[in-house]
Design a binder for this molecule. Structure first.
Ligand code: BGC
Length: 507
C-alpha cells in the first residue's frame, strides 16, 4: 500500500459525521438535565453559588491563584471599574512528584510558599507590615487581608462559595489523600501556617473564571452565556435558570446564595460527558490511550478533545503505521531492503516511540503547516522527534493524520457549545438582520488548543452550523472571544463578591 493511502485510511478513522454531531447534542442535553436533578451523574453539573455575572463596573485590589494543570499561577488584580484591569502575576511549573504526592499537605504547602514569595515580591510593604503586627500579637483588620479567589480546576463538590470537596483528580494528578477533602480548607491551613494576610474567599473553576472575565470585558449589554476551556483539559460553565437546578433543594444550601437573579452558574464538568460511549467515537487509539491513564473509563470526552491527550492519540496512530511492515513510513530508501521496519529513519530513543512522548504543540505545528514541502513538519520531526531526514511523503502522512485528530476534537467541542446554546434558548429571541451586538450569544474561551491549533474555531463553527436549532444563521449569532487571564481576573471578580458576603456573615 502507498504511504499516502495508508495515512488517508487512518485519517478516515477520525471522521466525525454531521449525524454523529447531532446524536451527540441530543445525548449532551439529556445528560445536562440528568446532572441538574441529581448527584452521581457522568456530567456533574456542579452548582457554583455564583448567581450573577459582572458588568464591568467592579473595582478594587484582589488576589487570585490558579491550580489547573501544568502550572501554578499567583496574581494580584486591580479592577479599575471601567471594564479594564491591571494584573501582576507569577507562574511556576508543578513538579511531577507533587502531582502524585503521598499527602495533600505536600502539594498545598508548596502552593502557600509560592503565595508568600509573590507577596514579598509584589506587595512587600503590605506583607512586612502584616508580619510585624503578627509578631507584636496585634490583630489584622479586615481591610488588610487580601480576599483571594482560588481557581482549582478539577471536579469539586462545592458546598459554599469558599468550600468544596474534591471529587476526583484529572489531567494526570493523582493524590488519593486529597479526595473528599475541602480544598479551600487545605490551602487556608497552609497560608495560616505562614501567617500570610490572605483569605481564601472563593473557590473557582477555571471555566467559571473565564465566564466572569469575559463578561466583565465583553461588548454589548447581554452577559456572557458560557466560559469554556480547551487546553490541557476541557470543560465549560454556563448560566442556568435556578428553577432548573432541582438538586439544590435543602434549606441549608438555599441560604448560601442570592436567589434574586433567578440564575446560577453551573460548572458542567463536561470532560466526563458520555463516559458510557453511547455517542462518542472510539478508535483503537482512543481505547489504547484510555487504558494507559490513571483514570480509565473517566473523562472520555476530554480524552478526545484536550491538549493533554491529542499528542498521544496522534503518536499511537503514527506508531500503528510504523508497525505495519507494508507501509513505507520513515523508511530509508537507500538501504536497499524492503522490510520497512529494519530500515527506519527513526532514532531508537525518539519521542515517537515513547508513550506520551509527543507534545500537543506538535499537533498545532503540523496540523496548520501550509509551507511548501511541509517544511515546518519536517523540521519538527527531525529536531524534536528524532527522525533523520523525513521525506515530503512522510511529512504529508503525519500532517494528514494530525489534521484529522485536531478536526475531530473541534467537531466534538461543537457538541458541548451547541447543546448549551440550545439549552439557554437565547437563539429563540428574534434578531436584527444582520445581528447587532445585543443579539449575540457571547462565549468566552481560553486554553492552548483554541488559541494555537489552527482552524479549531472554524471547524467548531462548521459543526455548529450542522446542529438543528442552531444552523448557519444561529452559528453567526454565536460570538466566541478569547478571555485571556480568565482564571485570574475571573477569580478576582468572584473573590470581590464573595468577600462582601463573608464580611457580612462575620459582622
Ligand atoms: C477538569 C475541569 C477543568 C478542565 C479545564 C478538567 O480536567 O475536570 O475542572 O475546568 O479540566 O482545565
Amino acid at each position: 500500500m502507498t504511504l499516502a493511502k495508508a495515512a488517508q485510511r487512518v485519517a478516515e478513522e477520525f471522521e466525525f459525521t454531521p449525524d454523529q454531531v447531532r446524536n451527540g447534542v441530543k445525548e449532551f442535553l439529556a445528560e445536562m438535565d440528568d446532572g441538574l436533578q441529581k448527584d452521581g451523574t457522568f456530567m456533574n453539573q456542579i452548582p457554583t453559588y455564583v448567581t450573577a455575572v459582572p458588568n464591568g463596573t467592579e473595582k478594587g485590589l484582589y488576589m487570585a491563584v490558579d491550580l489547573g494543570g501544568t502550572n501554578f499561577r499567583v496574581c494580584s488584580i486591580l479592577l479599575h471599574g471601567d471594564t479594564t484591569f491591571t494584573l501582576n502575576s507569577s507562574k511556576i511549573k508543578i513538579p511531577q512528584t507533587l502531582m502524585k504526592a503521598q499527602t495533600a499537605k505536600e502539594l498545598f504547602a508548596f502552593l502557600a510558599k509560592q503565595i508568600e514569595a509573590f507577596l514579598k515580591e509584589h506587595h512587600g510593604e503590605h506583607y512586612e507590615c502584616h508580619i510585624e503586627k503578627k509578631q507584636k500579637g496585634e490583630q489584622a483588620s479586615e481591610e488588610e487581608i487580601f480576599n483571594m479567589g482560588f481557581t482549582f480546576s478539577f471536579p469539586v463538590r462545592q458546598v459554599g462559595i469558599n468550600k468544596g470537596y474534591l471529587i476526583r483528580w484529572t489531567k494526570g494528578f493523582d493524590i488519593a489523600d486529597a479526595i473528599g477533602k475541602d480544598v479551600c480548607g487545605l490551602l487556608q491551613a497552609e497560608i495560616d501556617a505562614l501567617h500570610l494576610p490572605v483569605r481564601v474567599a472563593a473557590l473557582v473553576n477555571d471555566t467559571v473564571g473565564t465566564l466572569m472575565a469575559r463578561s466583565y470585558t465583553s461588548p454589548g449589554k447581554t452577559g456572557t452565556l458560557l466560559g469554556a476551556i480547551f487546553g490541557t483539559g476541557t470543560n465549560g460553565a454556563y448560566v442556568e435558570k435556578l428553577s432548573k437546578v432541582t438538586k439544590l433543594t435543602n434549606a441549608e444550601e438555599k441560604g448560601l446564595y442570592d436567589e434574586s437573579t433567578g440564575e446560577m452558574i453551573i460548572n458542567t464538568e463536561w470532560g466526563s460527558f458520555d463516559n458510557g460511549l453511547k455517542t462518542l467515537p472510539n478508535t483503537k487509539y482512543d481505547a489504547a490511550l484510555d487504558k494507559d491513564t490513571p483514570n480509565t473509563g473517566i473523562q472520555m470526552f476530554e480524552k478526545r478533545i484536550s491538549g493533554m491527550y491529542l499528542g498521544e492519540i496522534l503518536r499511537l496512530a503514527i506508531v500503528s503505521l510504523l508497525d505495519d511492515p507494508a507501509v513505507p513510513l520513515f523508511s530509508d530508501e537507500n538501504s536497499g531492503s524492503n522490510d520497512f521496519r529494519t530500515t527506519t529513519l527513526v532514532n531508537k530513543d525518539s519521542a515517537l516511540l515513547k508513550p506520551w512522548g509527543i507534545d500537543t504543540s506538535f499537533l498545532s505545528h503540523t496540523g496548520g503547516d501550509s509551507t511548501p514541502g511541509l517544511q515546518i513538519t519536517r523540521q519538527v520531526l527531525q529536531r524534536d522527534l528524532g527522525v533523520h531526514g523525513p521525506s515530503i511523503e512522510d511529512a504529508q502522512a503525519v500532517h494528514v493524520i494530525a489534521a484529522a485528530v485536531g478536526k475531530r476534537a473541534a467537531r466534538l467541542s461543537a457538541i458541548a457549545v451547541g447543546a448549551i446554546v440550545l439549552q439557554s434558548k437565547r437563539l429563540d429571541v428574534p434578531a436584527s438582520d444582520p445581528p447587532i451586538d445585543d443579539d449575540m450569544v457571547d462565549i468566552g474561551v481560553d486554553g492552548s488548543l483554541v488559541e494555537f491549533y489552527p482552524g479549531f474555531e472554524e471547524y467548531m463553527r462548521e459543526a455548529l452550523g450542522e446542529i438543528p436549532g442552531v444552523g448557519e444563521k444561529g452559528e453567526k449569532r454565536i460570538r466566541i472571544g478569547i478571555a485571556k487571564d480568565g482564571s485570574g481576573v475571573g477569580a478576582a471578580l468572584i473573590a470581590l463578591v464573595a468577600g462582601r458576603a463573608l464580611d457580612a456573615v462575620a459582622r
